[in-house]
Every structure is written in C-alpha cells, then in structure tokens.
Design a binder for this molecule. Structure first.
Ligand code: AHR
Length: 320
C-alpha cells in the first residue's frame, strides 16, 4: 500500500490532497468473476477504461467463474499491498475469512454488482443494482402485457448461490404473486451463459409440449435470453410472439433481437460500476469520508417502443 493511502486510512486523519494526485498514486486489485456474459465483458472494459482515465494502476484477475480463484486473487492483492480491492463476488457466501484478512491489512474492499452474506464492516461499500427490483420490473411488465390471459412462464435462473439469481427470482415472484393467471411452471439455472440458456430452454420446450404450453420465458440475464431465442426458433416457434421474452441487462444483442421482433423487454443494468466505486474510494482516501454502504444503480425497463435499433447502435462499441 502506498504511504499516502495508509496515512489517509488512519482513523480521523484528514489529509487534503487533490483527487488527481491521489488517484495517480493508487494501485487497485480487481477480482472479476470471468466472462460469462456480454454484460460482464462490458463491466471489465469499463473498469479498465475508468482506471486508465484516472491514472489508477489496475491489477486485473479473471477468476473463470470460481470462488476459490477469487479468494486466491484477493490474497495475492493483499500480499502485494494494493491500496484497495474491487471484487465482483460470484456467489454470496464464503467471503468472511478473506474479507477479514483485507480488513486486518487495512485495505478497503468495494463490492461490484453482486452482494455477499458477510458483516457489512468487512467492505467499504457495495455498488450494485436493486436486484429484487429488477425482478419486479420484469414481472410487472409481464402482468401488464398478458393482463388476464393464462400465462405459463419458464424461468432461466442465473448462477446458483449468486445474489442476482436469488434476488431476481424473488422480485419476479413478488410481482406476479397476485396474478393467479400467471405461474412459473419450470425454473432452472442457465448459469448466466448463452449456451446454457439455449440448452435449458430446449429442455423446457420438450417438456412443455414442444413449447406450445409456454407463454413467456423470464431469463435472469440477456445472454440466456438470446440462447433461449435460438432454442425457440429451432423448435419452429416465434420468439417475441409465440413465446414472450423478458430479461435483464440491456446488452446490444437483446436490442438487436428486439428490433427483429424476437425479444419483448429488458431491464437495464449499467456496466459502469467502476465510476461510482473509484469516486467513493478517492473521496474516502482523500478525507476519510465513508461512502453510503449501498450505492444503488438504476433499473430502467426497455421495450420495442424505446428505439431498439438506436439502442443497439449506441451500445455496440462499448465493450459488450
Ligand atoms: O451480477 C450481474 C449479472 O452477472 C449480470 O446480469 C449478468 O449478465 C452477469 O453475468
């Protein structure tokens, strides 16, 4: 850890330094989950670009979807004495020990895009969406779209044990709870990937009379929805009309599908978690200002009424 950061972290020490000078001196470790989705690829690109813009030396570690690799990377960052650690936790549990080690080493940890089941004093702040609300937004869209019509839903869940999978399921179920005409008939993990989304959707279609019994697919991310769209087409059905498609992320490919009439709704998750994370970190190191424990990003609904072609064009070069 740099001398400046250690000083600034000392209790009650107020050092007035310009943010630029401080940022340029920072080394930050980033333990990323992997690259399971277009959204995650964009988050990685945005984080690297934000760090570069601010003169932060970013040490990047790709965990290839394994928590043990994330824990190893975090321990490595602690051993190197970085100024701060960003972590996108693949699952919610199992973090207490390693976050405690970072705390003992006086290295602030910032959680990106997913939460942990661990005491809040083990991390400085968490930058993420309200994932329960994301599920509610998707569910409300479905209730308003199908109205009184009977609707059997199949659900593609995210990674088992991850907070977005747990919370997006919860929020969607809450939103449809009072609508007895809507029910989730099948629900399985597609691990947030396109290939697994397709494979699981193929199974759902087989199990539900060649897909004829399915009214809608709710996917916890767009990549799984894109995989599901392919499975629906392969089964000779029309995604977007025979089977409605609603998902979360707002990646360029879902807007391309929307423009083609093959997807119906998505809830935006910004890939820019690093901007607010570095702002919070810089303010904290500058004058000891504790950020809010939870910094919540917006969850905006997009449908074909929102110029999907334009959204595709605007997003396609952003690292997704
Ligand atoms: O934690 C955020 C989720 O993780 C995104 O919705 C998904 O695409 C990613 O893999």
């Amino acid at each position: 850890m740099s001398v400046l950061s250690r000083l600034a972290l000392g209790a009650g020490v107020s050092i007035l330094l310009s943010t630029t000078a401080l940022a340029a001196d920072l080394t930050v470790g980033f333990s990323q989950i992997g690259s399971e989705s277009g959204w995650r690829a964009a988050e990685t690109s945005v984080t690297k670009a934000e760090a570069e813009k601010r003169g932060i030396d970013l040490k990047f570690a790709d965990a290839q979807q394994k928590q043990e690799n994330q824990i190893k990377a975090i321990r490595g960052f602690i051993a190197q004495g970085v100024d701060a650690i960003l972590v996108a936790p693949v699952v919610a549990t199992g973090w207490e020990a390693v976050l405690g080690e970072a705390k003992d080493a006086k290295i602030p940890v910032i959680l990106l895009d997913r939460g942990v089941d661990a005491p809040q004093d083990l991390y400085l702040t968490s930058i993420a969406s309200d994932q329960v609300e994301e599920g509610r937004v998707a569910g409300r869209w479905l209730t308003e779209t199908v109205k009184d019509k009977d609707c059997k839903v199949v659900e593609l869940q995210g990674t088992v044990g991850s907070t977005p999978a747990i919370n997006r399921k919860k929020g969607f179920e809450e939103a449809i709870a009072d609508h007895k005409n809507i029910s989730i008939v099948r629900s399985q993990t597609g691990d947030f990937t396109r290939s697994k989304g397709k494979e699981v959707m193929e199974g759902f279609i087989k199990a539900e009379n060649g897909g004829k019994g399915i009214c809608a697919v709710y996917a916890h991310n767009d990549d799984m929805a894109v995989g599901a769209i392919q499975a629906i087409k392969d089964a000779g059905l029309k995604p977007g009309s025979d089977i409605l498609v609603v998902s979360i992320d707002a990646v360029p490919d879902i807007f391309a599908a929307m423009a083609a009439g093959e997807a119906n709704a998505t809830v935006e998750l910004t890939p820019n978690m690093a901007g607010p994370a570095f702002d919070a970190l810089e303010a904290y190191l500058k004058d000891g200002k504790e950020p809010e424990k939870f910094i919540i990003t917006e969850s905006k609904l997009y449908t074909p009424a929102d110029n999907p072609k334009g959204e595709y064009e605007a997003r396609k070069g952003l690292g997704y």
